[in-house]
Design a protein around this ligand. Structure first.
Ligand code: ZN
Length: 194
């Protein structure tokens, strides 16, 4: 019997070892483009913690589903881990935006993840409220690590979507940068203390 429970000790967005089938299809989120779709056999085999299921990643970002439990979040309870959720993006006007490539979390799910996820380690970053703006969903056509063999079998003359992120304004980027700076200070203080 499996001891894995989605939303408890394995995230909803994780891929499973039985989810090895992929197909190309027209993207509903990005009309006119093709996307990689991954077979849905969630819960079968073993969870692959390093691999994110490509369809669930996009549903999390586009629909605001919690990446831990898969249930839709609403603005009253939608959180982000500021350090581990993406990166800064240079906008057309040269300013800095923030691209979030990890779906949001419920507050309670963030607490669970902090308690259970080994990669978060001893120091656990505090979740911050999800930005109070829609942002813009943008497709990514770069090949995620681990999917190179699949990519080699796909047509090269078309751009193909694997994942997406939500791009937020410079105001959000500044807030995330400040949180990351504070986090760095905390990490350094932790290192000195031990
Ligand atoms: Zn949740």
């Amino acid at each position: 019997m499996s001891t894995w429970r989605i939303g408890d000790n394995v995230a909803w967005s994780s891929a499973w070892s039985a989810e090895t089938g992929f197909a190309l299809r027209a993207s509903a989120d990005f009309p006119g483009m093709l996307e990689v779709s991954q077979v849905d056999r969630q819960g079968q085999g073993e969870p692959l913690f390093a691999a994110v299921h490509v369809d669930r990643q996009r549903r999390g970002i586009v629909d605001g589903r919690c990446h831990v439990c898969g249930v839709r979040t609403d603005m009253g309870d939608r959180w982000m881990c500021p350090v581990a959720s993406g990166g800064f993006v240079t906008l057309h006007d040269g300013r800095r935006g923030f691209g979030c490539n990890v779906p949001p979390l419920h507050g309670a799910c963030a607490g669970l993840a902090a308690a259970r996820c080994p990669h978060l380690g001893r120091l656990v970053e505090a979740p911050t409220p999800w930005p109070d703006e829609e942002g813009r969903v943008i497709q990514r056509t770069d090949v995620p690590p681990g999917m190179e063999a699949l990519a080699a079998t796909l047509p090269r003359d078309r751009e193909i979507i694997y994942s997406c992120y939500r791009l937020f304004s410079p105001d959000v980027a500044d807030r995330i940068a400040a949180l990351r700076d504070a986090w760095d200070v905390q990490i350094r203080a932790g290192r000195t203390a031990t």
